[in-house]
Ligand binder design. Structure first.
Ligand SMILES: N[C@@H](CCC(=O)N[C@@H](CS)C(=O)NCC(=O)O)C(=O)O
Length: 221
């Protein structure tokens, strides 16, 4: 490794937690720079110079700045992993993992962000039915994607489990998972919670996130 990896983030953020799970799986040392998003630190001039999109996670690898958790986790595996288990090199298998990653970026995480940002930024605590339905649809798609597999892309964990898992566990901040309706998602989340260091890398931040959001939201159902 050429320099120190620096991750800018906060543990309440699902995409940051996905990066922490990946860094852990790859056994990589990194410096963690805690950002206070609720105090608006992401809008500080110095941070905006690094990431004009003012989001965390942001990775600084020896001066190379990469943001969007999905870009970060793929980069980390491609650059540092000793095997391609987490992100296959085979083109078809990679495209299948990419599909789940883009699903997280565009559907799953957005179903959460579209509720959390209005609350955190504008104190909008009423969640319209259509946004609740988006979350139900996302849970339903995960249930379908899992099929008979223990993980989202087959029999072993990949980056899609880290990214979708960090988000899906956080959806409970808005709408608790209905375990009878989505038993495969429930079993998958339990399986992920057995990953080494899951408490530290996902569960603790997740609990704080739920505490910050869940008690204040009113759902239209
Ligand atoms: N697609 C992005 C989403 C990142 C994102 O929305 N991060 C939130 C925290 S969960 C954030 O930084 N919000 C601050 C802002 O948008 O100003 C990713 O996966 O990294």
């Amino acid at each position: 490794m050429s320099g120190v990896l620096v991750l800018y983030g906060t543990d309440i953020s699902p995409p940051v937690r996905a990066c922490k799970l990946t860094l852990r799986a790859l056994n990589l040392d990194y410096e963690y720079r805690e950002m206070d998003l609720l105090a608006g630190e992401q809008f500080d001039e110095k941070f905006l110079e690094k990431n004009p999109q003012h989001t965390v996670p942001l990775l600084d690898d020896n001066g190379s700045l990469i943001w969007d958790s999905h870009a970060i986790v793929c980069y980390l595996v491609d650059k540092y992993a000793k095997s391609d288990d987490l992100y296959p090199r085979d083109l078809v298998r990679r495209a299948q993992v990419d599909q789940r990653l883009f699903f997280d970026a565009s559907i799953l995480f957005m179903s959460l962000r579209n509720v959390s940002i209005p609350y955190f930024v504008h104190q909008v605590n009423l969640v319209p039915k259509e946004k609740v339905d988006n979350i139900k649809d996302a849970y339903g798609l995960l249930e379908t994607f899992l099929g008979d597999n223990p993980y989202l892309n087959g029999s072993t964990p990949t980056l899609s489990d880290f990214c979708c898992g960090a988000t899906a566990s956080s959806l409970a901040a808005v709408l608790e998972l209905d375990q009878e309706k989505y038993p495969k998602v429930a079993a998958w989340l339990n399986r992920l919670s057995e990953l080494p260091h899951y408490e530290e890398d996902n569960a603790n931040g997740l609990l704080n996130y739920i505490d910050l959001l869940k008690p204040y939201l009113k759902l239209e159902e």
